[in-house]
Design a protein around this ligand. Structure first.
Ligand code: FO1
Length: 317
């Protein structure tokens, strides 16, 4: 039975894990995963799209569960050779991962779009779900530290997220056109749920919602809208979300994430550790075990999210 389509907004590792769960419990044709491209950058003449690649590798079962980026069972001959040549070695490209960047870069160079290339990579890796970049236009995340504005990857990888962030911007977002399939899904009658994955709200989801048309489409979306907290008991499951929230004057908590999404979501899924967290008036609460450590955890959380959306849709009828 076709129960309708699902759209998921995703960033790095947390989003990729829930997307994997969704892709396993849903019919592949029913899921569109909209991925942050604010982290993308050009390095050594190659286009690197970290969040798209995390999603591709997770759905293909090729992800490295420990690092959270790149491919599992990776080898590093390219990096060793690169360093021998005194080339920039601060950003690590594994040998298998390098093939993805080369394949993407020459296709972009020939005039294909990021969406075309992402779909080609997904099909080549045997992925049936639709993975799309949030836009084919250029949006770049930059952060301001005491030394001024810097590119996201210089901060994230080059400086290991150590400097205090004073502000974040998404260059190009105001004029970027969201991927048309994302807008069509959000506006369509067939949508069963719009899901914000447990990704960093400030670095992974905000670039997507910084495009005015995308934000407006989610705001106006008539299907149940549901977010999963990336914060458990005041800590990010992975990455600098809690540190950055604190630096920008937010309390790093599930409550603060819910507050951040006020008006954009109907349901907030938060961990059992945060069961009593205060939520904005009118926002429904679903308490669950949100840590995704294995494949079954990912499917279980995906089913919980879809069931919550179905309950709300039933109640609204
Ligand atoms: N993260 C690191 O901390 N160090 C790296 O050397 C690194 C290399 C890298 C290569 C390809 C790729 O797709 C991702 C990579 N990442 C690395 C992760 C990435 O920069 C960030 O985790 C994301 O941008 C945040 O979502």
């Amino acid at each position: 039975m076709n129960e309708g389509e699902v759209i998921a907004f995703s960033g790095g590792v947390g989003g990729a894990k829930l997307s994997k769960g969704l892709s396993e419990v849903l019919d592949a044709k029913d899921i569109t995963i909209v991925v942050n491209t604010g982290d993308d950058f050009d390095h050594l003449g190659l286009r690197i799209c970290p969040d798209i690649d995390s999603t591709l590798y997770a759905l293909a079962g090729l992800d490295d569960p420990v690092r959270g980026w790149g491919r599992r069972d990776e080898t590093w001959t390219f990096m060793s050779a690169l360093k021998q040549l005194n080339a920039p070695g601060w950003f690590n490209l594994g040998d298998g991962d390098l093939a993805t960047h080369v394949e993407r870069s020459w296709r972009l160079h020939e005039g294909q779009s990021v969406s075309d290339v992402t779909r080609h990579l997904a099909r080549s890796l045997g992925i049936s779900a639709d993975i799309i970049p949030m836009t084919d236009d250029t949006v770049r995340t930059r952060v301001r530290t005491s030394d001024g504005w810097i590119d996201f990857q210089s901060y994230f990888v080059g400086m290991r997220c150590e400097p205090v962030i004073e502000a974040i911007e998404f260059q190009g977002a105001a004029d970027a056109r969201p991927h048309p399939d994302a807008l069509a899904a959000l506006r369509g009658e067939a949508l069963r749920a719009a899901i914000i994955c447990p990704s960093n709200p400030l670095l992974s989801i905000d670039p997507i919602l910084a495009m005015p048309e995308m934000r407006q489409a989610l705001f106006a979306c008539r299907a149940p809208r549901i977010a999963v907290s990336p914060i458990i008991a005041g800590k990010a499951v992975k990455g600098p979300a809690a540190k950055i929230m604190a630096e920008l004057g937010m309390v790093p908590s599930a409550s603060a994430v819910a507050q951040y999404y006020e008006g954009l979501i109907d349901i907030f899924v938060l961990d059992e550790a945060d069961a009593d967290a205060k939520l904005p008036t009118g926002m429904q609460r679903v308490v669950a075990s949100t840590l995704m450590q294995d494949a079954e955890d990912k499917r279980r959380l995906a089913r919980i999210v879809l069931a919550a959306a179905a309950d709300l849709a039933r109640a609204a009828r």
